[in-house]
Every structure is written in structure tokens, then in C-alpha cells.
Design a protein around this ligand. Structure first.
Ligand SMILES: [Zn+2]
Length: 443
């Protein structure tokens, strides 16, 4: 926390040009090779009394049916416990004013909310409440998005209070969140449309509430108003740039037409394609789809994507810039338009991430290994292809084997642990009930 705006910008824009090698070489065989090694190992010495080797002895962290092996689950649980302790220690000296979900206290509240969700342990919900109360006392009115603005604390606060059955407080958060709407839809404002600081980031908060609390928590009219503002803004820039034919929805941030999830079109289209955003079919087909295709056509030969339409350097493989963010747009396009080409491109993204995604920058979701591993899990959920589960299992522990290049990056990464943990814990729960005794809980 305590990250200044200029530091954030520097990280997002890949300003660390001096860092020649951005990623560790992936030391693992890919799934097919690992699976054949496991099969060969399991087949040797027929009739031998020795118990057959377990999948993890051959580098496979799951059984044939996709269930995670207990050893691997235990390793993850132990690591989560260790990291939570380290995180709590780090928080003692953290910036008290950073209330964002992205790098601050709301992110911590979100983490404990998720721990409560998967363990049903009320201690975690109360811990989440402690953090969320702190953020709600510190709303600053500077930004409007889920990740970096007041919408994050308000949306997470509404969900935490709802789970505690404090409906009055929950409603108060929702009312305050909706009061931001006027600024968001104002046509004369210079608010961008991207996910981190712009309209799509506010829309995400509204959709989050309807998912977490229930449909209708935020009325359709409010969602429609924000969707219209985003569409109008995209059409206007497209016309201005004379790209209406090729890319009917065009967006920019700081005068640059970014491609990636954080500041670019991939993040905006991903949110617009959410069923809960209720964008009508004609708009999806006539406006969103050709614009998604326009982005697709800008991909590098490697399968990676540029940070902006004008950038031709195939360098960044981050959630914020590159394949690990664009993959989520492609997977959503596949779900909405049911065309194989989107899935094929998403799989190509996954190959790039597998080859170049073990980042030296840190553990975080935005530009760290966890964010890149997250893409494998998402693709596994979509395809049920164990190759992607394998890649995710390998990407996760490796980040604790290799050290990020500075203490700042280590610290930074811990703030963003929540999203990655979310999926992991879910998976552990599916395969083996976590044995999290009282001694594993945070006091
Ligand atoms: Zn980033």
C-alpha cells in the first residue's frame, strides 16, 4: 500500500525498461509430457508389493478424475496460513489511507469475506467487517470504481452487512454507491471508461452486488444508464477516429487506445458482455462483437496482445497489459457468441502465459504470477481440460520458489492475494474439505 499514483502508472505502463528479463524460464514439462511420465511410472514394476506411486511423485497434482491430491491441498492450505500471517504482519505498517480493493484495505476485507464463504467460519466474516468499517470511515470521493474508488468499499460493505443480516447498514452502502452514479453517467465529465478508474469499473460494482446479494439489488434502470454511457462514449470516439466500420466501440485512457484488461478495451468489453449487464442482443452483435474482433486482430504472432493499438512491442504478459487480461474477454466472447475462434484464441493466450507468465515482478494479480495463473483456472473452468488445471497448479507454488526482485514487489503482491486465493480455496473445498482447525484461524 502507500503506492503513489506515479508508481502505479510506472508499473502499468511497463516503465521498468531496464528489466531485460521479465519472466523466469518455465522449468516444468507441459501437461501432456507430465501425464505420460506419470502413466509410465504408474505402469512400471507390475506385481510389485510397493504401493503404486502417487500422482504427485510424477508432478501431477491431481488424480485422473481431476480431484486434487490431498498432499497438494495440504501444501496450499499451509501456504495460505503462512501468507495470511505475513500479510497481517505487513499490514501493521501499511498505509492507513489506502482503502482501495486494488492495493488497500478493501482488498483485505474481500479476502476475509472469501475465506468466510469457503470455510463458513464466522470469525472471517467479522474480520472482514473490521476492515470494511475502516474503509467506510475513509471514503474520499476521489474515484468511482470497484478496484480503485469508493465503489469498492461500498459494494464490499453492502455484501458483508448483508451476510451479517444488518440490512439497514447494507442498504446505506448501496444508497451511497448509487449516489456516485450521477458523476459516472455525466456526459461532460472527463471520466474514462476503463476498468481501473472509469465507468466499466463502476458498472462492475453494480453487477457485483446483483451477483452477491441477489438480482434486483441494483435496479435494471441504473445498470442500463451506465451501460448506455459506456456505449455512447465508445461510439463517439470510434466516429471521431473514423473507425465506425471496423471497430464501432473505441476507448482511450490518457489519450491512448489501450487494449488490456485494466485500462483498455478488453476490460470494458468483458464487463459489457456479462449477462447481468443486460446489453441487448443487437448491440452485442452489431457493436461489441466487431470491436472484440478488432482487438483480436491486433494480436502478435506469439498469441500475446499489445498494451495499446499503437504499440508494436511484444513485451508485457500481465493481466493489466497482454494475454492474461485479454483471455478473459475472449472466454466471455466464446460464452456469448458461441464461436470456436474465441476459444481457440483464448487457448493461444494460455500457451503464451505458460511460456512467459512466471513473472519476476511479483506475486500479484495485476502484474504478477497469481494473475497469470488465474487465467489457467478460468480456462479450466470453461473447458474442463485438465491441461489448464495442471498449468494453474504449477504456476501457483512456483511463485514461492522464485523470489520477486524487490521487497516492494513482495509486499505489493501480498496486497493482491485475495483473488488468487479465492479460486484456490474453492477448488480445495470441492476436492477435500479443508481441515482448518481453530489453530489455523486468524485470532
Ligand atoms: Zn498491472
Amino acid at each position: 500500500m502507500g503506492e503513489t499514483m506515479s508508481k502505479r502508472l510506472k508499473l502499468h505502463l511497463g516503465g521498468e525498461a531496464e528489466m531485460e528479463e521479465r519472466a523466469f524460464t518455465n522449468p516444468f514439462p507441459d501437461y501432456e509430457a507430465a501425464a505420460s511420465m506419470a502413466a509410465a511410472g504408474a505402469a512400471e514394476e507390475p506385481g510389485c508389493d510397493r504401493p503404486p506411486p502417487t500422482p504427485d511423485e510424477f508432478g501431477l497434482p491431481f488424480h485422473n478424475d481431476g480431484k486434487i491430491i490431498p498432499n497438494f491441498t495440504r501444501r496450499i492450505q499451509t501456504k495460505i496460513k503462512d501468507l495470511l500471517q505475513q500479510m497481517e504482519e505487513g499490514l501493521k505498517t501499511a498505509d492507513p489511507h489506502d482503502c482501495s480493493a486494488y492495493t488497500g484495505w478493501t482488498g483485505i476485507a474481500l479476502l476475509y469475506l472469501q475465506l468466510y464463504r469457503v470455510t463458513c467460519d464466522q470469525t472471517y466474516l467479522l474480520r472482514s467487517l473490521d476492515y470494511v468499517k475502516r474503509t467506510l470511515r475513509n471514503l474520499n470521493g476521489r474515484r468511482v470504481t470497484f478496484l480503485c474508488g469508493d465503489a469498492g468499499p461500498l459494494a464490499v460493505g453492502a455484501v458483508v452487512y448483508h451476510k451479517l443480516k444488518s440490512d439497514c447498514e447494507s442498504q446505506e452502502c448501496i444508497t451511497k454507491l448509487l449516489q456516485l452514479q450521477r458523476t459516472v453517467v455525466c456526459r461532460d465529465s472527463d471520466l474514462p471508461d476503463e476498468l481501473l478508474y472509469g465507468r466499466a469499473g463502476y458498472l462492475y460494482a453494480l453487477l457485483y452486488l446483483n451477483t452477491e446479494i441477489g438480482p434486483g439489488t441494483v435496479c435494471e434502470a441504473a445498470i442500463q444508464e451506465v451501460v448506455s454511457a459506456i456505449l455512447e462514449s465508445g461510439k463517439a470516439l470510434s466516429r471521431e477516429e473514423r473507425k465506425a466500420e471496423r471497430c464501432p466501440l473505441l476507448y482511450q485512457w490518457h489519450r491512448k487506445q489501450y487494449v488490456g484488461a485494466a485500462h483498455g478495451m478488453a476490460g470494458i468489453f468483458y464487463v459489457l458482455m456479462q449477462p447481468a449487464a443486460k446489453v441487448d442482443q443487437e448491440t452485442l452483435t452489431e457493436m461489441v462483437k466487431p470491436s472484440v474482433d478488432y482487438v483480436r486482430h491486433r494480436r502478435f504472432r506469439s498469441g500475446n496482445y499489445p498494451s495499446s493499438l499503437s504499440n508494436e512491442t511484444d513485451r508485457l504478459v500481465h493481466w493489466c497489459h497482454g494475454a492474461p487480461g485479454v483471455i478473459h474477454m475472449l472466454m466471455q466472447a466464446y460464452k456469448v457468441f458461441k464461436e470456436e475462434k474465441y476459444l481457440k484464441d483464448a487457448m493461444d493466450c494460455s500457451d503464451v502465459i505458460w511460456q512467459r507468465g512466471l513473472l519476476r515482478k511479483g506475486y500479484g494479480v495485476c502484474h504478477g504470477t497469481a494473475g497469470n495463473g488465474y487465467s489457467f483456472l478460468s480456462l479450466y473452468h470453461l473447458t474442463q481440460d485438465k491441461k489448464y488445471l495442471y498449468r494453474a497448479c504449477k504456476a501457483w507454488p512456483v511463485q514461492f520458489t522464485f523470489s520477486p526482485t524487490s521487497s516492494y514487489q513482495r509486499h505489493h503482491g501480498f496486497q493482491r492475494l485475495n483473488l488468487a486465493l479465492r479460486r484456490w480455496i474453492k477448488r480445495c473445498k470441492k476436492t477435500e474439505r479443508p481441515n482448518w482447525t481453530k489453530s489455523h484461524q486468524i485470532a
